[in-house]
Design a protein around this ligand. Structure first.
Ligand code: PRX
Length: 658
């Protein structure tokens, strides 16, 4: 459960927001936060309903929360609304109509801006294109796109007509796309010819073609293809249609569908502790309110901000804090297509900072792994640029080690910008634990305090709250609007994974270990299950293992995480080969590539260790704990008496030393 970033820095200072920041903030003091927080927990329905009223509804809800069928929640029961209308149409009556909604920059340096009126028009056109091609309310649509404005347009268009999108990160393989198509029952795919990444083209359409060739994807009737990189792609007649052709004949008049508060909005797949990714289901109104409210308070967002979240829309961070939350707030969002270290022509670790300077970015939200990579690249990159437009920084995805925090604070934030370390998950939909920047003094490495309306706690095995600095499990004790509603097609797994452990108390189990310090600040340690956090991305060890054993030569495998200076965790795979197969360098490489092909490049093991046997208990269970300890280079600790054959460990360790 350790995130394994060794911290050499003993940083115990408290960093309060500057007086200037607090004075202008929505919540400007600890006392103001405390009062609002107390109110939000004592009367959550009042709190959420007051916030929800700031948005547009075609019919107001009758009931804020129906928890009678817990853990199946219904929020804003009876309400009718549309999140696309709240992100677009809501802004068209006033001065935001001509305000920039999206500033986009492609990796090769091409740029585009879209005002709210223009974005609205693009979304309406594409909504009609979807409808003209047979996509209707409730249909599932896979979006496999580069980071271009059309990715946001596609999401908002699906939301507008009530189709359920499922965005698949562009780094995932054809097999991964196919699994998601099959599980969601998607009937349409939206993709592009390619996307730019580190100076090369990611063959998106080609991957979709490969995905559609296999079992489970037969129901896909339409593939929309955006022209981006302009290389040749195969277009299958009757199935594939160019984006520009589909919108050419479409009308730009497309009123948003009136949706029920609980109509599904999207499915996003994420790794769990078994081999099969879970389809996290979010619904319309609760998710809308959660992302709207959190963006408003956590980023303290203003009309004159230029807000940049460096995530990809393929992850929940991109859904909630590039598209829905900021646009619902009428913000100006910067969207960037490529890699952080890729200039317009050659590799360049200054790319991000040059962009901050040129676009005058005021709020910057990224992952600790990126910060660590920037530290390694050197301060001379950011130092070349004027970063004085920045006023607020954020991190997400994994614990931030104090060294990285301090570097971010000094080198990027000029010691003037508060840092919001935001803890949340695909499942929670919105930020759950975070400093509210004008109110909460920060401690490097701590996500600090629960967000408004979030009843977070650390509990022991029996569900009792642990004492100060005692580790335990992170739970959420009350439902919240943007919570997942279920796992797509698998209510039982939803109940088992998140609610079974504290069934009697009705607590949501996050799957993370954490502690609260003497000031009540939360310190997240990391996953308690077999899920790794590689560069802020979730990866199930079982997924990598099943990819490995799908290779002809592999008999068995066990995958564990090991500390990695940049990525947080690296992936180590222990592999035993079928009899008669000899380990060698080529096979090692082939197996790594095989995992890349089955899942995607992010899952490629950093290291494959061939071994004659895996350490097992007498009942045949692989003792992963021992493998982890071997990888971390430490001594084997704890009980090994259940180990079947201790010589396995000795030989694995021998290899370590050799
Ligand atoms: O382990 C926690 C870690 O990321 C997990 C959620 O991953 P995912 O659903 O992919 O969403 C990532 C982006 C929201 C959590 O269970 N995590 C996320 N944010 C933090 C974090 N760990 C520590 N500190 C954080 N700020």
């Amino acid at each position: 459960m350790s995130t394994n970033i060794e911290s050499h820095l003993d940083e115990t200072r408290l960093f309060p927001p500057s007086q200037g920041f607090s004075e202008n903030a929505r919540i400007g003091s600890r006392a103001a936060y405390d009062a609002l927080y107390r109110k939000s927990i004592e009367s959550p329905e009042e709190f959420w309903s007051a916030e929800a009223e700031e948005l547009q509804w075609s019919r107001k809800w009758d009931q804020v929360l129906d928890w009678s069928k817990a853990p199946f929640a219904k929020w804003f029961v009876g309400g009718k609304t549309n999140i696309s209308a709240n992100c677009l149409d809501r802004h068209l009556d006033g001065p935001r109509k001509d305000k920039t909604a999206i500033i986009w920059e492609g990796e090769p340096g091409d740029t585009r801006t879209l005002t709210y009126a223009e974005l609205h028009e693009q979304v309406c056109l594409f909504s009609n294109a979807l409808k003209n091609n047979g996509v209707t309310k409730g249909d599932r649509v896979i979006i496999y796109m580069p980071m271009v404005p059309e990715a946001a347009v596609a999401m908002l268009a699906c939301a507008r007509i009530g189709a359920v999108h499922s965005v698949v990160f562009g780094g995932f393989s054809a097999d991964s796309i196919r699994d998601r198509i099959a599980d969601s029952g998607a009937t349409a795919v939206i993709t592009a010819d390619g996307g730019w990444r580190r100076g090369s083209i990611v063959p998106l359409k080609h991957n979709v073609d490969e995905a559609l060739n296999g079992q489970g994807a037969e129901q896909v009737a339409r593939v929309f293809v955006l022209r981006r990189t302009e290389q040749d792609v195969a277009m299958q007649e009757g199935r594939d249609v160019w984006w520009h052709d589909a919108v050419a004949g479409a009308s730009s008049d497309c009123p948003a569908e009136e949706l029920d508060a609980e109509d599904p909005l999207f499915i996003l797949y994420t790794s769990g502790s078994t081999g099969k990714p879970k389809g996290i289901l979010h619904t319309t109104a609760g998710y809308m309110v959660g992302t709207y409210v959190s963006t408003k308070y956590v980023f303290d967002i203003r009309d004159d901000d230029v807000y940049w979240c460096t995530a990809d829309v393929g992850w929940i961070t991109g859904h909630s804090y590039i598209v829905y939350g900021p646009l619902a707030n009428g913000a100006t969002v910067l969207m960037y297509e490529g890699a952080p270290n890729q200039g317009t022509k050659e590799a360049d670790w200054g790319r991000f900072w040059e962009m901050v300077q040129r676009h005058k970015v005021t709020i910057f939200y990224t992952a600790p792994t990126a910060i660590r990579a920037f530290i390694k690249a050197g301060e001379h990159f950011p130092e070349k640029y004027d970063l004085s437009s920045l006023r607020l920084l954020g991190t997400v995805g994994e614990p931030i080690n104090p060294e990285a925090w301090i570097w971010y604070h000094k080198t990027i934030g000029g010691e003037r910008c508060p840092i919001v370390d935001t803890w949340w998950q695909t499942e929670t939909g919105a930020i759950m634990i975070t400093p509210v920047p004008g109110a909460i003094p920060t401690k490097p490495g701590s996500a600090t305090l629960p967000f408004l309306g979030v009843d977070a706690a650390i509990v022991d095995e029996t569900g009792e709250e642990t004492g100060p600095n005692e580790g335990g499990k992170l739970v959420i004790r009350k439902p919240w609007p943007s919570m997942l509603r279920t796992l797509w097609g698998d209510d039982d797994r939803y109940v088992d994974t998140y609610w079974k452990e504290y069934q009697e108390k009705g607590y949501y189990l996050a799957g993370d270990g954490a502690r609260r310090d003497e000031d009540g600040y939360f310190w997240i340690v990391g996953r308690l299950d077999d899920v790794l956090n590689v560069s802020g991305h979730r990866l199930g060890t079982a997924e990598v293992e099943s990819a490995l054993v799908s290779h002809d030569t592999v008999a068995e495998s066990a995958v564990v995480g090991r500390p990695d200076e940049i990525k947080g965790q690296g992936v180590v795979a222990f592999v035993t080969l079928k009899s008669g197969i000899e380990p060698n360098e080529d096979l090692n490489k082939e197996l790594r590539n095989h995992v890349g092909k089955v899942i995607g490049a992010i899952a490629k093991p950093d290291e494959i260790r061939f071994t004659a046997a895996l350490p097992k208990t007498r009942s045949g269970k692989i003792m992963r704990r021992l493998l982890k300890e071997i990888c971390a280079g430490g001594k084997i600790s704890g009980d090994t008496t259940t180990l079947e054959d201790f010589s396995v460990i000795t030989s694995l360790q021998g290899k370590e030393e050799g």
